[in-house]
Write a protein that binds this ligand. Structure first.
Ligand code: SAM
Ligand code: SF4
Ligand code: SF4
Length: 353
């Protein structure tokens, strides 16, 4: 079998990989990997990268600190051999990383991996076709409102909503579908957009998912009373469009699925604050500089980049990953209190959402 120079050969699997399963202290296997490719972003969403903190003096990672595409590819291959089935590319804003489609092409080589990407949609119109050609399977687009006044207030860089909607249309057109739309709901800021968003995407084939505002990082001013519980969101939608709960697609699916009774599609609710789903959490996160985190609310990670750059073998890196996962006991959302919310946690834009 021929491999391109930037592609290390995949281990022989006879087309039917049977990866080893590592489980943590709560019996949770390692199944998903979220890879942040940059800590930079062209938005300043108030709940993620507030301008007062991420201003022009903010020290983002330097280019040489970022994992190269070759390093990301190698680590992904090693993770895959430890049982990873899904890879989500994220950030910061992943589409601001130059030539991201090259990385997608490299990762898509592993056809058994479910390869997806989360984006703010600002550059999607230009990039969707290249991403699809490179082998991306689906895309998730974050969108918090349909009216420009609310959307711009949330992205805080006056980015117009039409461009994101055009990006979603283009993703759909090129076959990065079904497109999932993530809407973070913050009390007093965009609750009024919930029903209009449901109405807009109902019947479109796209899947709108509502996310409870979370206390990720330590800079977004989170307070419990700014969270709109999923139960309340479901009631708002049901009052306009009758919905009923659906079966999960698989164990550990983060979004609770509901369908419209008139058959015009489904919506999802991600209730990380009011109904913690740590019990089934199979996600690891790799930061843009190669730190491995086992929880979105972690305070520290494990440095894999140094291993990679010090020429550790695949087996040594795999062993480091296994050691981290074996002792994992994370359950932050189950034990969240006003006190834990104040911990100095790693920022979402760094760890990757
Ligand atoms: N920039 C890309 C985007 O916005 O889609 C990818 C990275 S972003 C950190 C990933 C996801 O995290 C987005 O859907 C975003 O809305 C969500 N997110 C960021 N901060 C959040 C918070 N405090 N609570 C809930 N979701 C949050
Ligand atoms: Fe950027 Fe995404 Fe964070 Fe918004 S949520 S600031 S788009 S990384
Ligand atoms: Fe997983 Fe941590 Fe979120 Fe719980 S709090 S679901 S362990 S990422």
């Amino acid at each position: 079998m021929q491999t391109r120079p930037d592609q290390a050969p995949a281990p022989a699997t006879n087309g039917n990989p049977s990866p080893s399963t590592i489980v943590d202290t709560r019996g949770r296997p390692l199944r998903d990997l979220r890879i942040s490719v940059t800590d930079r972003c062209n938005f300043r969403c108030t709940y993620c990268m507030p301008k007062e903190v991420f201003g022009k003096d903010f020290q983002f990672l330097e280019r040489e600190q970022l994992l190269t595409f070759g390093e990301i590819h190698r680590l992904t291959r090693i993770f895959r051999d430890q049982g990873i089935e899904k890879v989500r590319i994220t950030g910061g804003e992943p589409l601001v990383r130059r030539k991201l489609e090259r990385l997608i092409e490299m990762l898509a080589y592993h056809q058994d991996l479910d390869l997806t990407l989360t984006t703010n949609g600002s550059l999607l119109k230009q990039k969707a076709a290249d991403l699809k050609t490179a082998g991306l399977k689906r895309v998730t687009v974050s969108l918090d409102a349909l009216d420009n006044e609310t959307f711009m207030k949330m992205n805080d860089v006056d980015f117009p909503v039409e461009k994101v909607l055009e990006g979603i249309d283009e993703a759909d057109r090129v076959g990065l579908a079904p497109v999932k739309i993530n809407m973070v709901v913050k009390r007093g800021v965009n609750e009024h957009s919930v029903v209009p968003m449901a109405k807009y995407f109902k019947g479109s084939g796209h899947i709108l998912r509502f996310i409870e505002f979370m206390d990720v990082g330590s800079t977004n001013g989170w307070k419990m009373d700014t969270v709109v519980p999923s139960r309340e969101l479901a009631a708002m939608i049901a009052a306009e469009f009758p919905i009923e709960p659906m079966e999960a697609n698989y164990r550990g699916e983060v979004a609770e699925r509901w369908r419209y009774l008139d058959g015009s599609g489904e919506v999802g609710f991600i209730s990380s604050v009011t109904q913690a789903f740590c019990r089934d959490c199979t996600r690891a996160r790799l930061s843009a500089e190669g730190q491995l985190f086992t929880c979105l609310f972690a305070t520290k990670g494990t440095d894999l980049r140094t291993l990679v750059r010090n020429e550790a073998s695949d087996d040594e890196i795999a062993e480091a990953i296994r050691r981290v996962w074996h002792v994992r006991a994370d359950n932050y959302s189950e034990i969240r209190t006003a006190e834990t919310a104040k911990l100095r946690k790693v920022e979402m834009s760094y760890i990757g959402g």
